[in-house]
Write a protein that binds this ligand. Structure first.
Ligand SMILES: Nc1ncnc2c1ncn2[C@@H]1O[C@H](COP(=O)(O)OP(=O)(O)O)[C@@H](O)[C@H]1O
Ligand SMILES: [Mg+2]
Length: 260
Protein backbone atom coordinates (compact mmCIF):
# COMPACT_ATOMS: atom_id res chain seq x y z
CA UNK A 1 0.00 0.00 0.00
CA UNK A 2 1.23 3.45 -0.87
CA UNK A 3 0.05 6.15 1.47
CA UNK A 4 0.75 9.87 1.01
CA UNK A 5 -0.38 12.05 3.87
CA UNK A 6 -0.68 15.82 4.05
CA UNK A 7 1.68 16.43 1.14
CA UNK A 8 2.59 20.07 0.67
CA UNK A 9 4.86 21.37 -2.07
CA UNK A 10 5.76 24.95 -2.91
CA UNK A 11 7.47 25.81 -6.19
CA UNK A 12 9.09 29.19 -6.75
CA UNK A 13 7.42 30.40 -3.55
CA UNK A 14 3.91 29.38 -4.65
CA UNK A 15 2.01 26.61 -2.86
CA UNK A 16 1.29 23.93 -5.50
CA UNK A 17 0.12 21.07 -3.27
CA UNK A 18 -1.81 22.13 -0.23
CA UNK A 19 -2.19 19.12 2.04
CA UNK A 20 -2.85 16.23 -0.34
CA UNK A 21 -3.93 12.83 0.96
CA UNK A 22 -3.60 10.01 -1.54
CA UNK A 23 -3.41 6.24 -1.30
CA UNK A 24 -3.00 3.35 -3.71
CA UNK A 25 -3.24 -0.39 -3.29
CA UNK A 26 -1.32 -3.05 -5.14
CA UNK A 27 -3.57 -5.07 -7.41
CA UNK A 28 -5.33 -1.91 -8.59
CA UNK A 29 -4.93 0.75 -11.24
CA UNK A 30 -5.11 4.05 -9.34
CA UNK A 31 -5.38 7.17 -11.47
CA UNK A 32 -4.87 10.85 -10.77
CA UNK A 33 -6.96 13.23 -12.86
CA UNK A 34 -7.57 16.97 -12.79
CA UNK A 35 -7.16 20.08 -14.93
CA UNK A 36 -3.86 21.42 -16.28
CA UNK A 37 -1.77 22.86 -13.50
CA UNK A 38 -3.76 21.22 -10.70
CA UNK A 39 -0.64 19.53 -9.33
CA UNK A 40 -0.79 15.99 -10.76
CA UNK A 41 2.83 15.90 -11.93
CA UNK A 42 3.98 17.57 -8.73
CA UNK A 43 2.19 14.94 -6.63
CA UNK A 44 3.79 12.15 -8.64
CA UNK A 45 7.20 13.82 -8.31
CA UNK A 46 6.77 14.13 -4.54
CA UNK A 47 5.79 10.46 -4.23
CA UNK A 48 8.81 9.41 -6.30
CA UNK A 49 11.21 11.58 -4.29
CA UNK A 50 11.90 13.96 -7.15
CA UNK A 51 10.34 17.02 -5.53
CA UNK A 52 10.85 18.05 -1.92
CA UNK A 53 7.70 18.07 0.14
CA UNK A 54 6.43 18.19 3.67
CA UNK A 55 4.18 15.37 4.84
CA UNK A 56 4.83 11.67 4.65
CA UNK A 57 4.86 9.05 1.90
CA UNK A 58 4.97 5.43 3.03
CA UNK A 59 5.26 2.21 1.05
CA UNK A 60 3.97 -0.76 3.01
CA UNK A 61 4.44 1.29 6.16
CA UNK A 62 8.02 2.40 5.44
CA UNK A 63 8.79 6.08 4.99
CA UNK A 64 10.12 6.16 1.43
CA UNK A 65 12.34 9.16 2.07
CA UNK A 66 14.39 6.82 4.29
CA UNK A 67 14.73 4.02 1.74
CA UNK A 68 18.08 3.95 -0.04
CA UNK A 69 17.99 4.61 -3.77
CA UNK A 70 18.79 1.04 -4.76
CA UNK A 71 15.82 -0.25 -2.74
CA UNK A 72 13.48 2.30 -4.27
CA UNK A 73 14.74 1.39 -7.74
CA UNK A 74 13.99 -2.26 -7.01
CA UNK A 75 10.44 -1.49 -5.91
CA UNK A 76 9.20 1.15 -8.27
CA UNK A 77 9.84 2.57 -11.73
CA UNK A 78 8.89 6.05 -12.88
CA UNK A 79 7.72 7.28 -16.27
CA UNK A 80 8.04 11.09 -16.39
CA UNK A 81 5.62 13.22 -18.41
CA UNK A 82 8.35 14.07 -20.94
CA UNK A 83 11.73 12.43 -21.50
CA UNK A 84 14.18 14.38 -23.60
CA UNK A 85 17.37 12.58 -24.53
CA UNK A 86 20.25 14.81 -25.57
CA UNK A 87 22.44 12.12 -27.12
CA UNK A 88 21.85 9.74 -30.04
CA UNK A 89 21.02 6.65 -27.99
CA UNK A 90 19.44 3.66 -29.65
CA UNK A 91 16.14 2.23 -28.44
CA UNK A 92 18.02 -0.79 -27.10
CA UNK A 93 20.32 1.42 -25.01
CA UNK A 94 17.40 3.35 -23.50
CA UNK A 95 15.38 0.27 -22.58
CA UNK A 96 18.46 -1.46 -21.18
CA UNK A 97 18.74 1.37 -18.63
CA UNK A 98 15.71 -0.20 -16.94
CA UNK A 99 17.57 -3.48 -16.70
CA UNK A 100 20.52 -1.70 -15.08
CA UNK A 101 18.24 -0.26 -12.37
CA UNK A 102 16.38 -3.53 -11.84
CA UNK A 103 16.91 -5.76 -8.83
CA UNK A 104 16.16 -8.80 -10.94
CA UNK A 105 18.85 -10.82 -12.59
CA UNK A 106 17.67 -10.76 -16.18
CA UNK A 107 19.06 -11.37 -19.63
CA UNK A 108 19.31 -8.62 -22.17
CA UNK A 109 16.65 -10.52 -24.12
CA UNK A 110 14.18 -8.85 -21.76
CA UNK A 111 14.74 -5.59 -23.65
CA UNK A 112 13.23 -7.18 -26.75
CA UNK A 113 10.43 -8.76 -24.71
CA UNK A 114 9.54 -5.35 -23.25
CA UNK A 115 9.60 -3.72 -26.69
CA UNK A 116 7.34 -6.48 -27.96
CA UNK A 117 4.85 -5.79 -25.15
CA UNK A 118 4.55 -2.13 -26.10
CA UNK A 119 4.18 -2.92 -29.80
CA UNK A 120 7.73 -1.94 -30.82
CA UNK A 121 9.21 -5.30 -31.77
CA UNK A 122 12.28 -4.84 -33.95
CA UNK A 123 12.94 -1.22 -32.90
CA UNK A 124 16.12 -2.05 -30.92
CA UNK A 125 18.56 -0.49 -33.40
CA UNK A 126 16.56 2.66 -34.16
CA UNK A 127 17.75 6.02 -32.82
CA UNK A 128 15.42 7.32 -30.10
CA UNK A 129 15.54 10.88 -31.42
CA UNK A 130 14.28 9.73 -34.79
CA UNK A 131 11.08 8.18 -33.42
CA UNK A 132 7.64 9.77 -33.27
CA UNK A 133 6.38 11.14 -29.95
CA UNK A 134 4.12 8.13 -29.45
CA UNK A 135 6.93 5.69 -30.22
CA UNK A 136 9.26 7.50 -27.80
CA UNK A 137 6.57 7.30 -25.11
CA UNK A 138 6.32 3.53 -25.62
CA UNK A 139 10.12 3.13 -25.54
CA UNK A 140 10.13 4.85 -22.14
CA UNK A 141 7.32 2.59 -21.00
CA UNK A 142 9.36 -0.44 -22.08
CA UNK A 143 12.24 0.95 -20.01
CA UNK A 144 10.16 1.21 -16.82
CA UNK A 145 8.60 -2.20 -17.39
CA UNK A 146 12.06 -3.69 -17.72
CA UNK A 147 12.98 -2.21 -14.34
CA UNK A 148 10.10 -3.79 -12.41
CA UNK A 149 9.20 -6.64 -14.73
CA UNK A 150 7.85 -9.01 -12.09
CA UNK A 151 4.85 -7.33 -10.38
CA UNK A 152 5.78 -8.92 -7.07
CA UNK A 153 9.35 -9.16 -5.75
CA UNK A 154 10.94 -10.45 -2.56
CA UNK A 155 10.15 -7.12 -0.86
CA UNK A 156 6.47 -7.17 -1.87
CA UNK A 157 4.47 -5.50 -4.61
CA UNK A 158 6.31 -3.49 -7.22
CA UNK A 159 4.98 -0.20 -8.50
CA UNK A 160 4.68 1.73 -11.73
CA UNK A 161 4.42 5.53 -11.36
CA UNK A 162 3.35 6.90 -14.73
CA UNK A 163 2.78 10.51 -15.74
CA UNK A 164 0.30 10.54 -18.65
CA UNK A 165 1.53 7.23 -20.12
CA UNK A 166 -0.88 7.26 -23.07
CA UNK A 167 -1.22 10.97 -23.85
CA UNK A 168 0.73 10.78 -27.15
CA UNK A 169 -0.75 7.49 -28.32
CA UNK A 170 -3.41 6.68 -30.88
CA UNK A 171 -6.51 4.88 -29.63
CA UNK A 172 -5.23 1.41 -30.56
CA UNK A 173 -1.99 1.87 -28.66
CA UNK A 174 -3.83 3.56 -25.78
CA UNK A 175 -5.93 0.44 -25.30
CA UNK A 176 -2.89 -1.80 -25.67
CA UNK A 177 -0.94 0.09 -23.00
CA UNK A 178 -3.89 0.45 -20.61
CA UNK A 179 -4.57 -3.31 -20.90
CA UNK A 180 -0.92 -3.98 -20.14
CA UNK A 181 -1.16 -1.79 -17.01
CA UNK A 182 -4.37 -3.52 -15.92
CA UNK A 183 -2.64 -6.90 -16.34
CA UNK A 184 0.31 -5.68 -14.23
CA UNK A 185 -2.13 -4.74 -11.46
CA UNK A 186 -4.07 -8.00 -11.79
CA UNK A 187 -0.80 -9.87 -11.29
CA UNK A 188 -0.36 -8.07 -7.94
CA UNK A 189 1.63 -4.97 -8.88
CA UNK A 190 0.67 -1.40 -8.12
CA UNK A 191 -0.08 1.08 -10.88
CA UNK A 192 -0.39 4.82 -10.30
CA UNK A 193 -1.09 6.78 -13.47
CA UNK A 194 -1.76 10.44 -14.09
CA UNK A 195 -4.42 10.47 -16.78
CA UNK A 196 -5.70 13.11 -19.13
CA UNK A 197 -8.45 11.15 -20.86
CA UNK A 198 -11.44 10.70 -18.56
CA UNK A 199 -13.06 8.06 -20.73
CA UNK A 200 -9.99 5.83 -20.74
CA UNK A 201 -9.81 6.43 -17.00
CA UNK A 202 -13.43 5.30 -16.66
CA UNK A 203 -12.62 2.11 -18.56
CA UNK A 204 -9.50 1.08 -16.66
CA UNK A 205 -9.28 2.74 -13.24
CA UNK A 206 -10.15 0.86 -10.09
CA UNK A 207 -9.67 4.01 -8.04
CA UNK A 208 -9.50 7.69 -9.03
CA UNK A 209 -8.20 10.76 -7.23
CA UNK A 210 -9.40 14.04 -8.66
CA UNK A 211 -7.21 17.07 -8.06
CA UNK A 212 -8.04 20.75 -8.35
CA UNK A 213 -5.93 23.67 -7.20
CA UNK A 214 -3.43 21.50 -5.36
CA UNK A 215 -6.02 19.55 -3.38
CA UNK A 216 -7.71 16.18 -3.77
CA UNK A 217 -11.42 16.89 -4.23
CA UNK A 218 -12.27 13.22 -3.84
CA UNK A 219 -10.64 9.80 -4.10
CA UNK A 220 -12.62 6.64 -4.60
CA UNK A 221 -14.04 4.18 -7.13
CA UNK A 222 -15.09 5.55 -10.55
CA UNK A 223 -18.76 5.63 -9.56
CA UNK A 224 -17.98 7.99 -6.66
CA UNK A 225 -15.62 10.30 -8.54
CA UNK A 226 -16.94 10.46 -12.09
CA UNK A 227 -19.99 12.55 -11.33
CA UNK A 228 -21.36 15.61 -13.14
CA UNK A 229 -20.90 17.84 -10.13
CA UNK A 230 -17.36 16.80 -9.15
CA UNK A 231 -16.04 16.88 -12.72
CA UNK A 232 -17.72 20.22 -13.43
CA UNK A 233 -16.26 21.65 -10.24
CA UNK A 234 -12.77 20.34 -10.93
CA UNK A 235 -12.55 21.27 -14.60
CA UNK A 236 -14.50 24.52 -14.39
CA UNK A 237 -16.89 23.64 -17.21
CA UNK A 238 -20.20 21.83 -17.41
CA UNK A 239 -19.57 18.12 -17.79
CA UNK A 240 -22.07 15.32 -18.12
CA UNK A 241 -21.42 11.67 -17.27
CA UNK A 242 -23.42 9.31 -19.45
CA UNK A 243 -23.95 5.56 -19.45
CA UNK A 244 -22.25 3.79 -22.33
CA UNK A 245 -24.75 2.07 -24.66
CA UNK A 246 -23.10 -1.30 -24.02
CA UNK A 247 -21.87 -2.31 -20.59
CA UNK A 248 -21.85 -0.12 -17.52
CA UNK A 249 -18.69 1.93 -18.16
CA UNK A 250 -19.50 5.62 -17.80
CA UNK A 251 -18.44 8.05 -20.50
CA UNK A 252 -17.92 11.74 -20.08
CA UNK A 253 -18.80 14.60 -22.39
CA UNK A 254 -18.64 18.35 -21.99
CA UNK A 255 -22.20 19.66 -21.70
CA UNK A 256 -22.58 21.27 -25.14
CA UNK A 257 -25.73 23.16 -24.24
CA UNK A 258 -23.79 25.29 -21.80
CA UNK A 259 -21.32 26.57 -24.38
CA UNK A 260 -22.42 30.05 -25.34
N1 LIG B 1 9.46 24.25 -11.47
C1 LIG B 1 8.36 24.98 -11.24
N2 LIG B 1 8.45 26.25 -10.74
C2 LIG B 1 7.34 26.98 -10.50
N3 LIG B 1 6.10 26.53 -10.68
C3 LIG B 1 5.94 25.30 -11.18
C4 LIG B 1 7.06 24.45 -11.48
N4 LIG B 1 6.59 23.27 -11.94
C5 LIG B 1 5.25 23.38 -11.94
N5 LIG B 1 4.85 24.59 -11.48
C6 LIG B 1 3.46 25.06 -11.32
O1 LIG B 1 2.82 24.20 -10.41
C7 LIG B 1 1.48 23.96 -10.80
C8 LIG B 1 1.24 22.46 -10.90
O2 LIG B 1 2.02 21.94 -11.96
P1 LIG B 1 1.92 20.41 -12.38
O3 LIG B 1 2.04 19.58 -11.16
O4 LIG B 1 2.92 20.20 -13.45
O5 LIG B 1 0.43 20.34 -12.95
P2 LIG B 1 -0.33 19.20 -13.78
O6 LIG B 1 0.60 18.04 -13.93
O7 LIG B 1 -1.55 18.88 -12.97
O8 LIG B 1 -0.72 19.82 -15.07
C9 LIG B 1 1.27 24.73 -12.10
O9 LIG B 1 0.63 25.93 -11.80
C10 LIG B 1 2.67 24.95 -12.60
O10 LIG B 1 2.73 26.14 -13.35
MG1 LIG C 1 1.49 17.15 -15.57
Amino acid sequence: MLDARDIRVSLAGTPVLQGVHFRARPGQVTTIVGPNGSGKTTLLRAMTQEASYSGEVTLDGEDISRLPGWQLAARRAVLPQASRIAFPFTVFEIVRLGLTASAEAAQESRVSEALDRVGLAGFEGRFYQELSGGEQQRVQLARVLTQVWEPIGAEGARWLFLDEPVSSLDIGHQLEVMSLLAAYAQAGGGVIAVMHDLNLTAMYADDIAILADGRVLRQGPPSAVLTDSLLSEAYGCAVRVNAAPAGDVPFILPHMASIS
